[in-house]
Design a protein around this ligand. Structure first.
Ligand SMILES: Nc1ncnc2c1ncn2[C@@H]1O[C@H](COP(=O)(O)OP(=O)(O)OP(=O)(O)O)[C@@H](O)[C@H]1O
Ligand SMILES: [Mg+2]
Length: 254
């Protein structure tokens, strides 16, 4: 437990230009292997916080330390997954997954091995030669995750990746994401509006309040991994679900 945190957010504040304060005094230390969800009202700064961690925007006050580096210098450790799968329509599934490896300059054999492994992990080996438009929304998102994990990032940032999917597909992808993480471990930062998904996936849930965005509550999720799909039906799970919903109601109402 004496390991330094992989991600340390020190009293971070953020405003864009001369606009209002978007985030204020955000303080969080995240250990390697954690999966942290951010949940809170629309506009409270969840995406901004992910972008700060990813080094895509700069803090106005305070600092972020990623594995001893500035976010900008730690970019190679991280990969961002957005709500829109963002696949290149003219590239086949396998070629989409290969792209980050290609950009990084990995040799051909290594690329092929890694693409095959990732497609297997996300259950899309049979769809390797299809084009994105030949896939369902859930499949497209799995390709996006396979692409992100192809370079084995230490940190995966996911901004409402399953927000556009129906509940059944989302449940399945949540289970898939846990299975993927069991095989290819990463530290996760996850933005969602779904309380169920936050509880099912996370080691901790950070509830943010709005205007400015502040950490209102951090909820520990004590369930060990692997987490079976049926965990979601247990009284312990439902209790935590209720607790998180209450925390969310409290920030919505203030
Ligand atoms: N590049 C930008 N320039 C100016 N203001 C911005 C910029 N990005 C975000 N904001 C503002 O910062 C605030 C937080 O935005 P952010 O996208 O982080 O919220 P969010 O919690 O992700 O919301 P949602 O749940 O709707 O996705 C909003 O008021 C938004 O208008
Ligand atoms: Mg957002």
């Amino acid at each position: 437990m004496n390991q330094p945190p992989l991600v340390k957010i020190n009293r971070v504040g953020k405003r864009f230009g001369s606009g209002p304060l978007v985030l204020d005094g955000v303080e969080l230390a995240v250990q390697r292997g954690e999966f942290v969800s951010f949940i809170g009202p629309s506009g409270c700064g969840k995406s901004t916080l992910l972008r700060l961690i990813a080094g895509l925007t700069e803090a106005s006050s305070g600092e972020l330390v990623i594995d001893g580096m500035t976010p900008e210098n730690a970019r190679e450790l991280m990969f961002f997954v957005f709500q829109d799968a963002n696949l290149l329509p003219w590239r086949r599934v396998a070629d989409n997954v290969e792209l980050p490896l290609l950009l990084r300059g990995d040799p051909t054999v290594r690329r092929q091995e890694r693409v095959a492994h990732m497609l297997e992990v996300v259950g899309l080996a049979a769809a390797a030669q299809r084009f994105p438009w030949q896939l369902s929304g859930g499949m497209r998102m799995r390709v996006s995750i396979a692409r992100a994990l192809s370079v084995a990032p230490q940190i995966l940032l996911l901004d409402e990746p399953f927000g556009a999917l129906d509940e059944m597909t989302r449940d399945k992808l949540n289970e898939d994401l846990l299975a993927i993480r069991a095989r290819d471990p990463f530290t996760g930062f996850f933005v969602t509006h779904s309380v169920t998904e936050a509880v099912y996936l996370s080691t901790r849930i950070v509830v943010l309040s709005a205007n400015p965005g502040r950490i209102a509550q951090v909820i520990e999720v004590p369930f060990a991994y692997p987490r079976p799909a049926e965990l979601r039906e247990t009284p312990e799970f439902l209790q935590l679900l209720a607790k998180t919903s209450r925390a969310l109601r409290a920030v919505r109402n203030n």
